[in-house]
Design a protein around this ligand. Sequence first.
Ligand SMILES: Nc1ncnc2c1ncn2[C@@H]1O[C@H](COP(=O)(O)OP(=O)(O)OP(=O)(O)O)[C@@H](O)[C@H]1O
Ligand SMILES: [Mg+2]
Length: 227
Amino acid sequence: MNKPIYVVGGSKGGVGKSLVTMALIHRLTQIGETPFLIDADTSNPDVFKSYETEVASELVNLDEADGWIRFVNICDENRDSVVVVNTAARNNVGVASYGGTLSQSLEELGRKLVTLWVINRQRDSLELLQDYIEAIPNSTVHVVKNGYFGADAKFELYNGSKVKKSVETHGGKSLLFPDMADRVSDDLYSNRLSIAKGWETMPIGNRAELRRWLVEADKTLGAIVAA
Ligand SMILES: Nc1ncnc2c1ncn2[C@@H]1O[C@H](COP(=O)(O)OP(=O)(O)OP(=O)(O)O)[C@@H](O)[C@H]1O
Ligand SMILES: [Mg+2]
């Protein structure tokens, strides 16, 4: 098997897709991978802007057929890289229309598709997940409960859902992603810092919080990205 493709999805706006993508790129880099970033959020490419000088990266519009073709070609042209895709909000329409382009190419690419589906505590996150699984049935899907929206127990809708059972029956995991103190996340976002840059430039107190968060985020992602 060649290196995997990670798609960070969720379809909803503001659930934490970009932050999960950043944590994933950081972890991959830490374990010696050279990830290739595809930022599909072409109208607000926040991850691209924070990472373009550190990792190979490209903006690709996955609302259009052309974008999905480019996505597959990038996977083929960059065999030595894990490919990480940060998706935009409302990406479900593009996935339903053109996701087959990727789905059908996985075998020939010799790559596994792993999806990290980021959720908040609302029901529509789960309905959109069901649609995604139907559109791309050959992806392993892990659900990432974003702790920004509350402790694990507060994700009761998901924790008691059929979709959780279905995810786990197919080898997916249900993970809790740590909340980062606002002061640090604001710093990262407003200054368009990568996690590594934040680490170099933040004041000592902010760095202490960043370290705490990274240890937790690494535990979460370590369950699916083996060193
Ligand atoms: N785990 C977290 N800890 C701290 N802040 C978070 C966390 N997750 C999300 N946020 C905050 O919520 C906001 C939205 O997060 P993010 O940009 O990652 O979401 P998104 O799903 O990529 O949004 P969009 O759909 O607009 O691309 C950010 O301002 C971020 O600071
Ligand atoms: Mg985003």
